[in-house]
Design a protein. Structure first.
Length: 224
């Protein structure tokens, strides 16, 4: 007969995926990754898939994402809520020295690629992040097109999917054994932009030798 207080606790969780939860358990599909990267070698007749594996959205990227969602500055991180995911980078530090086919997994504390490499020496239209060392040139590349938003028809539309792609052409990143890639946030996607750039997600993979005879297409899926 007495009135009782009722407390309802609701939490938002950003780890394997974005979910809202109350006192009802939500069953997740463990087979769908938070992000997934595919790498293709572009050929005249048929594109060849070289890599397909999950990425890691690093802790810095998750902190920035919630800051942007609330449009509030987080004094503990460098990325600002005005930034957005807009640049792509590659490196050759994804595998241990002497073991090019056995990549080391990214960690939550990563704030950049282990060893970023120069993508193009002179292209100030589609590239950014100009550096003088270790190689003179630009270290970030634009996405090929605008972001695609896809339906998750294979999984009863359980996930929200965004898709971006970047092509490393005949003149890009030549002479390197590529073994890592990353997505970066920034306040601008203008060619020649000087930064700052902040890592959102990173993936490592068995080394791919990049030469002028090879064009590589990176397709990055992000699931929410």
């Amino acid at each position: 007969m007495n009135d009782k207080d009722l407390m309802v606790k609701i939490t938002d969780s950003l780890s394997d995926c974005l979910t809202d939860s109350s006192n009802i358990k939500i069953k997740r599909n463990p087979d769908r990754p938070k992000g997934f990267v595919e790498i293709y070698e572009l050929n005249n007749d048929e594109d060849k898939k070289l890599i397909g594996k999950s990425n890691l959205v690093v802790y810095l990227g998750r902190e920035w994402l919630i800051s942007r969602a609330f449009n509030e500055i987080n004094a503990n991180i460098i990325p600002q809520p005005t930034e957005y995911i807009t640049w792509f980078g590659v490196g050759n530090g994804g595998c241990p020295v002497g073991d090019p086919l056995n990549p080391t997994s990214p960690t939550n504390l990563d704030t950049d690629l282990d060893n970023p490499v120069m993508i193009n020496a002179t292209d100030a239209i589609t590239c950014a992040d100009y550096r003088l060392v270790p190689d003179v040139g630009y270290y970030k590349h634009k996405f090929d097109t605008a972001i695609d938003f896809e339906q998750d028809g294979d999984n009863y539309n359980y996930w929200l999917i965004s898709r971006v792609s970047t092509t490393l052409g005949a003149d890009d990143a030549n002479g390197f054994n590529l073994s890592e890639a990353g997505l970066y946030t920034a306040a601008s996607n203008a060619g020649g932009y000087g930064g700052p750039f902040n890592l959102y997600a990173r993936v490592t993979f068995p080394s791919i030798v990049k030469t002028s005879a090879r064009q590589l297409l990176f397709i990055w899926y992000i699931y929410f």
